[in-house]
Design a protein around this ligand. Structure first.
Ligand code: ADP
Length: 193
């Protein structure tokens, strides 16, 4: 199964993706995780991405398209994958179409987690608190200033991606405000139908 999870920052894509990984035995391809790993490792991509990520902006289409195009060619992605955080612009969605076609691959589902924007900042603050309490390191962009920029980037550049898929009639939506287990169930139903 090849699946895209769409939704604003804090919508719960990562949480649900982890459950889908277990259930379907396919990898979660999170551009955010891959970019954070590149920043940590100090690779050329990481050096380019660091400042823009910390400020809550979007990394260039060229960089993330390159990362995904390499990643979906790896052996573990052959059975399928869950894209989380990609595509984040219409240009990325178009590039994805081209790379999938080149490999004779099609998407099985595109699901958007719908959430009330007012709840998002509280979720991010909660995630930062829980991470600290667990002795972890809070993401550099999980603070109110960067989060506002991430929401702006979402509204301006990522929300149109839903329209891109909706206009083809392939977009499904799930209520991301429900409790975590209820969202998982709704996702299962959406993916089965
Ligand atoms: P979120 O919790 O906001 O969904 P992610 O972990 O998906 O965060 O991404 C964190 C940051 O990584 C983004 O704010 C952006 O700077 C960068 N990033 C991740 N995916 C992409 C992408 N597809 N295009 C551009 N930038 C991206």
């Amino acid at each position: 199964m090849r699946l895209i999870l769409l939704g604003p920052p804090g919508a719960g894509k990562g949480t649900q993706a982890a459950r889908l990984v277990e259930k379907h035995g396919i990898p979660q391809l999170s551009t955010g995780d891959m970019l954070r790993a590149a920043v940590k490792a100090g690779t050329p991509v990481g050096l380019q991405a660091k400042t823009v990520m910390e400020a809550g902006g979007l990394v260039s289409d060229e960089i993330v398209v390159g990362i995904i195009s390499d990643r979906i060619r790896e052996a573990d992605a052959r059975k399928g994958f869950i894209l989380d955080g990609f595509p984040r612009t219409v240009a990325q969605a178009q590039a994805l179409d081209v790379m999938l076609a080149a490999q004779d691959m099609t998407l099985d589902a595109i699901v958007e987690l719908k959430v009330d924007e007012n709840a998002l900042l509280a979720r991010i603050e909660n995630r930062a608190r829980e991470t600290l309490a667990a002795g972890g390191t809070v993401r550099a962009d999980d603070n109110p200033d960067a989060f506002k920029k991430r929401l702006d980037a979402y509204r301006e550049q990522t929300a149109p991606v839903s329209g891109y898929y909706a206009s083809r009639g392939v977009l499904k939506t799930v209520d991301g405000m429900a409790p975590i287990d209820a969202v998982t169930k709704a996702l299962d139903v959406a993916l089965a139908g």
